[in-house]
Design a protein around this ligand. Structure first.
Ligand code: ADP
Length: 513
């Protein structure tokens, strides 16, 4: 963009952590100034250091800060002259799929970098999305949607017709919340009540529905992108079947589960869905694939996904740049035929959690935190050594992404990255990630959404049937010990940002590549 007028002068990144850092980086590369948000707990966070300016929000809980639409919109009105925000990028999580926020941005005269509010609302409702897909013959998991106030008997009958096991799902669901697997009629009614309660408290919407529970499925999703001129493309798939509690842990592209014919068929279905919705911006069409290779529509996510970086790696594209260009009204600069993935990419999500305690999130200070560097390795993180990981926000520390000419090489690079990433101060899932990478079924690409549950016992350690290469954990420990003393001293050093207006530029270093 050098030499050209930027598409926007100033954009608000209404998020925090790794995704805020990642969006800020692209905005600045495009010559756009990024305004960040910071709760009290995030005063010194990496995304604040990277931003050109920061709006400080009083309080710490997400409800009081990053989810507080009225406060955010009111605060940005008070920015000094010359710093008026023109557009808002919501990232993922928080307000990214909140139709009311998208509408409020538009009403305030801001460009919302995402689809139209009406579309966000429709796709955020899994029941409505199902109805829309059913009407045009998109394959759906067999299911049943009750009327408001359906009798308990009706649920029992529906589950019988679908056949056990069934999955109770929340209409407004997200992040695996409000989801219950039910194996027999005896458990059904209690599961429905519990799912409805959980959905009411998480989403303020207690509606639930039933779906056939697909055993040992794979989760395969397609990235789509549309501009405001009716041009839409897909950016191929991501395989996201290594999950715990219905949440993704490792993703890769291309999917080892697809042959070219199936890939093409699913891609065309994803594009068909995108056309049906007249989709603009980046979005993801999620499918579930059964053991027979049949696929079913799961949902549409109307935002950037956590795992978008693997797609960026194989396509050598910047999805956030595309989102900003689309928001500014530019046409997509490529045709479907130009989009050709190169090589293989894998992402591992490094979480501050204890796999031996049912993946219980852990908190503490990152006394040692040294992301490694090498070509073809990208680490997106909102943390730096010395930072505190608190209970207030998501426990994801970093996304570790490797890209190489083939799957074997991408896995080898990931093993290298995991064993050269010392993290001390709290419990992480690092060793579990290493063990998965070494597991013969993962190496063969033969896995499904219960892989972690089946191959690693309830404590998150390996199933005795499989013994890991002992060299890697040993390497990791010696690495960590070697760097511990130096980093303890470093941990005491904290960056202070005196004025929000002085925080830009100087901190654009240590960029994850
Ligand atoms: P959320 O919006 O809460 O993330 P999704 O519908 O996207 O919910 O599903 C999340 C995960 O739950 C999927 O990746 C898959 O592992 C599991 N899942 C969802 N629906 C089914 C189903 N019908 N059968 C088996 N597993 C399912």
């Amino acid at each position: 963009m050098t030499g050209h007028k930027p598409l926007f002068r100033t954009v608000l990144v209404a998020n925090r952590g790794a995704v805020a850092v990642r969006i800020i980086q692209t905005l600045q590369e495009m010559g756009i100034r990024a305004v960040a948000l910071a709760s009290e707990a995030d005063r010194f966070a990496k995304h604040v250091q990277w931003a050109d300016a920061t709006v400080y929000l009083p309080g710490t809980s997400p409800k009081d800060t990053y989810l507080n639409q009225a406060l955010i919109l009111e605060s940005i009105k008070r920015l000094p002259r010359g710093w008026q925000v023109e557009a808002v990028h919501p990232g993922y999580g928080f307000l990214s799929e909140n139709a009311a926020f998208a509408a409020a941005c538009q009403q305030a005269g801001l460009t919302f970098i995402g689809p139209e509010p009406e579309l966000i609302g429709r796709m955020g409702d899994k029941v409505e999305a199902r109805a829309m897909m059913e009407a045009v013959g998109i394959p759906l998991v067999p299911g049943w949607v009750g009327e408001a106030g359906s009798e308990e008997n009706a649920y029992l009958q529906a589950a019988e017709t679908i056949g056990y096991p069934v999955l109770v799902k929340a209409a407004a669901g997200g992040g695996g919340k409000g989801m219950r697997r039910v194996a027999s009629p005896e458990e059904l009614l209690e599961a429905i009540r519990a799912a409805a309660r959980e959905a009411q408290s998480a989403f303020g919407d207690a509606r639930i529905f039933l779906e056939k529970y697909i055993t040992r499925p794979r989760h395969v999703e397609f990235q789509i992108l549309g501009d405001q001129h009716g041009h839409r493309v897909h950016w191929y798939e991501r395989e996201c079947s290594v999950q715990r509690r219905h949440q993704k842990v490792i993703e890769e592209t291309p999917s080892p589960a697809l042959n070219n014919a199936l890939r093409e068929e699913m891609a065309q279905t994803a594009l068909h869905i995108a056309d049906l919705m007249q989709y603009t911006h980046a979005g993801t069409i999620e499918f579930i694939l059964d053991e027979q290779g049949r696929y079913y529509f799961l949902e549409v996510n109307t935002r950037l996904q956590v795992e978008h970086a693997i797609t960026e790696a194989t396509l050598q594209q910047d999805l956030v740049r595309c989102q900003v260009e689309v928001a500014a009204g530019l046409p997509l600069p490529f045709k479907q035929a130009d989009i050709k993935p190169i090589g293989h990419a894998i992402e591992c999500r490094l979480y501050a959690e204890d796999p031996s305690q049912g993946y219980l999130p852990d908190t503490g200070t990152l006394t040692v935190y040294r992301p490694p560097h090498m070509p073809g390795l990208r680490i997106d993180s909102g943390f730096q050594e010395g930072d505190a990981v608190t209970v207030h926000y998501d426990a994801m520390l970093a996304k570790i992404v490797t890209h190489a000419p083939d799957r074997q090489a991408a896995m080898a690079k990931m093993q290298w990255a995991l064993s050269h990433f010392p993290v001390l101060g709290l419990k992480t899932n690092l060793s579990l990630l290493q063990a998965v990478l070494l597991h013969p079924d993962f190496q063969a690409g033969r896995y499904h959404t219960h892989f972690l549950e089946e191959c690693f016992n309830a404590q998150g350690t390996q199933n005795p049937a499989f013994s890991a290469d002992p060299r890697l954990p040993a390497l990791l420990v010696s690495d960590m010990l070697a760097s511990q003393s130096a980093s303890l001293a470093l941990a005491a050093h904290h960056v202070t940002v005196d004025s929000p207006w002085e925080s830009g530029g100087a901190w654009r270093m240590g960029v994850s590549v």
